[in-house]
Design a protein around this ligand. Structure first.
Ligand SMILES: Cc1ncc(COP(=O)(O)O)c(C=O)c1O
Length: 396
């Protein structure tokens, strides 16, 4: 039998999706499953975006330009200007989701065996993209006891080698909910300039900041023109995960030229979805105001319910819609599977993402889970009640 590649064997399973068969079995048994495992918001997509697809009169569903339609890129540049990020349409490549933006960026800046430093825990699929690109992730640990703040810069410097190509951050963070301050971004700016590295910021949750805190983009920092690369996406901003539209943004022409060649190889991002995404840019501010208010309530409810459980530690998120909770158990993988297979409370159970897959240091995060607060408050309350009862039975 022909063998699959080493890479194929090494590709990590997504911790967010790997328990799906157990959830499906629970559903087949008639048990309701609360999905706290995945960042699929239940928020409605702006009508304006859905209508644009329904109302267009295309006769041929053509490819678009590889870098994305010009009108769409012009409109994205105008959106960024409102965020005090000054780029033009030539500095943007539209991709098939933020996922493809990450994959193209890794291919663009790193060769096989090169290294990217990432504060962990990080968005688990970075592991998959790095494996696909042959890149080694070098983690720098951020801690739940510090609310997952940026680790000291000296910790980054210790890890820089001739193979280091970039530092990658997610801001606001998935899975931590941490929002980097301007001071933290400026510290990172200094270090990437000093060591001539790229600074990649995954800013797909840019709008999701709470308690009056403002997002500070790496592209607002001065002197980073050649270093900064933003990864972006419409998936969460407009609750359009199924559109599969994202982008790479950089003022570094070499980066854009190289990324464009990856984009040309896959021909074009999806046409209908660009139409929807372009229209979504006209979403009125009150949509975001309502969405943010909703997420703040959900976060507050989730955190206060979790804090009521004995021996559960939780970091309070300042952005995005995830949190990491530390549980009084040894193996969250086993616990998460056990809840789905063996536990129910009033015929309801819960699916969470074991957090070990969000780390690349082996053995860390084994007693942690990631929770996505993408369900309405009453469901969050019920889901945490299930979790609490499950913990009691599991640990007794
Ligand atoms: C931090 C982060 N980056 C990138 C992505 C990829 O998103 P998409 O490919 O849907 O744009 C996600 C999705 O959950 C994410 O959480």
């Amino acid at each position: 039998m022909p063998a699959v590649s080493e890479k194929g064997l090494k590709m990590p399973q997504s911790p967010i999706r790997k328990l799906v068969p157990f959830a499906e079995d629970a559903k087949k048994r008639g048990t309701k499953v609360y999905h706290l495992n995945i960042g699929q918001p239940d928020i409605k997509t702006p009508k304006i975006a859905l209508e644009a697809v329904k109302n267009n009169d295309l006769n041929v569903l053509e490819y678009s330009r590889s870098e994305g339609s010009e009108v769409y890129r012009e409109k994205i540049a105008a959106y960024y200007k409102k965020q005090s990020i000054y780029v033009n349409s030539e500095e943007i490549i539209v991709t098939t989701g933020g996922s493809e933006a990450l994959l193209f960026t890794m291919g663009t800046i790193a060769d096989t065996g090169d290294e990217i430093i990432i504060p962990e825990p990080f968005y688990a699929n970075y592991n998959g993209f790095a494996t696909a690109a042959g890149v080694n992730i070098v983690p720098v640990v951020s801690k739940i006891d510090d609310n997952f703040a940026l680790p000291p810069i000296s910790e980054f410097e210790k890890l820089i080698t001739p193979k280091t190509k970039a530092i990658l951050i997610c801001n606001p963070g998935n899975p931590t909910g941490y929002l980097y301050s301007k001071e933290e971004i400026l510290k990172l700016a200094e270090i990437v300039k000093k060591h001539d590295l790229f600074l990649i910021a995954d800013e797909v949750y840019r709008e999701f900041t709470y308690d009056g805190a403002e997002h500070y983009s790496i592209m607002q920092a001065e002197g980073l023109e050649e270093h900064a690369i933003i990864i972006d996406s419409v998936s969460k901003r407009y609750s359009m995960c199924g559109a599969r539209i994202g982008c790479i943004v950089s003022k570094n022409k070499q980066v854009i030229d190289a990324a464009l060649k990856f984009a040309q190889a896959r021909l074009s991002p999806p046409t209908y979805a660009q139409i929807a995404s372009e229209a979504a840019l006209d979403t009125p501010q009150n949509y975001f105001d309502e969405v943010i208010t909703e997420y703040v309530s959900r976060r507050n409810t989730l955190i206060s319910e979790l804090e009521k459980i004995d021996n559960v530690k939780v970091a309070k998120p300042k952005g995005a819609f995830y949190c990491i909770a530390e549980l009084p158990i040894d193996d969250a993988d086993d616990f998460a599977q056990w809840i789905l297979e063996k536990f129910q409370l009033d015929n309801e159970t819960v699916m969470v993402a074991p957090a070990a897959g969000f780390y690349s240091t082996p053995g860390i995060g084994k007693n942690q889970i990631r929770i996505a607060y993408v369900l309405k408050e009453e469901d969050l309350i019920k889901a945490v009640a299930v979790l609490k009862a499950a913990l009691k039975e599991y640990t007794s």
